[in-house]
Design a protein around this ligand. Structure first.
Ligand SMILES: Cc1ncc(C[n+]2csc(CCOP(=O)(O)OP(=O)(O)O)c2C)c(N)n1
Ligand code: SF4
Ligand SMILES: [Mg+2]
Length: 282
């Protein structure tokens, strides 16, 4: 009897523990299309916040414009819905002014690599201690399905009905070449794995870049669909000593999609440490 009762209580406690992450969800219901990959991303995000035990009042999520731009509205903490392409500079400024805050920046592929593409090299080379989540659905979702900087060559979109004439960027290779000290790829269909990556990125001292593969179920019927992603995603499973630039570059192909941490430099000081060292008087 004792055993049955305690197993029952354990099970209930487990359920309560697991839904506790919902305290990071705001009261506003997400306005994303049913089936959008972004639900998987915020689910992973809530769970990561819960496991890191982040305090609502000490965290901020900064976004640009796009369906991804709505993210801070659905998080129960401080947030900033800024201009198109500007989540990185606003998040950087915030972190420099308030080092005590945990700062996240989020952006879509158009937001981050198109109009805002000029900000990525600088936050990476400066190694500003923020976590950047790239919601990569390879399409402009909010404005109804135009080609973006990561749309595959020849894919038919609403702006290129005959096929996209442009060669896509590779976000992982870009982040590596720009000098990001933490570079990872996650997948909206694996919230547990993504949660783990977000946790490690948040704990990393320096600029953390996460490309998140996610479907736009409304405007992309041929590329990053749930079915295609499920078939093409594989676990990178790199050992600690393999997380170097050479291996990372080799593994960073656009397809199939290796998911996990490609690279991490734990030795490099972040921007505020560099400033403190430079200003030290002997
Ligand atoms: C300066 C400026 N130019 C263009 C737009 C129109 N616009 C809004 S969102 C967007 C692209 C969104 O695509 P993405 O960043 O991939 O986000 P998603 O909607 O896919 O999450 C564009 C071009 C704008 N809001 N502001
Ligand atoms: S348009 Fe695409 S990215 Fe935007 S909410 Fe709908 S499914 Fe998601
Ligand atoms: Mg997009």
């Amino acid at each position: 009897m004792e055993t049955i009762r305690s197993a029952y209580l354990d099970e209930k406690l487990e359920i309560v523990k697991n839904i506790d992450f919902l305290k990071y969800r705001s009261a506003d219901l997400p306005t994303w299309c049913p089936g959008c990959g972004y639900f998987g991303i915020v689910d992973a995000f809530y769970k990561a916040c819960r496991e890191l035990d982040l305090k609502h009042e000490n965290m901020v999520t900064v976004s640009g414009i796009g369906c991804s731009g709505r993210t801070p509205i659905f998080i129960n903490s401080y947030g900033f819905h800024t201009l198109h392409g500007r989540s990185i500079p606003v998040a950087s400024g915030l972190k420099l002014a308030r080092e005590d805050l945990t700062v996240f920046a989020v952006a879509g592929d158009g937001d981050a690599l198109g109009i805002g593409g000029g900000h990525l090299p600088h936050v990476a080379r400066k190694n500003i201690n923020i976590t950047f989540l790239l919601f990569d659905n390879s399409i402009y979702g909010l404005t109804k399905g135009q080609s973006s900087s990561t749309t595959p060559y020849e894919m038919k979109t609403n702006s290129h009905p005959a096929g996209n004439p442009d060669t896509p960027l590779n976000p992982i290779k870009l982040a590596l070449s720009y000098g990001a000290s933490f570079v990872a790829r996650g997948y909206a269909g694996d919230p547990q794995g993504l949660k783990q990556i977000i946790k490690e990125a948040t704990l990393h001292q320096g600029f953390s870049f996460i490309q998140i593969l996610t479907p736009c179920v409304t405007f992309d019927k041929e590329n990053k669909t749930w079915k295609n992603l499920k078939e093409k995603v594989y676990d990178l499973n790199l050992r600690k000593e393999e997380k170097n630039m050479e291996t990372a570059m080799r593994m960073a192909e656009n397809e199939p999609y290796g998911v996990g941490i490609f690279f991490q430099d734990r030795q490099r000081p972040h921007y505020q440490e560099i400033l403190r060292n430079l200003n030290k008087t002997d």
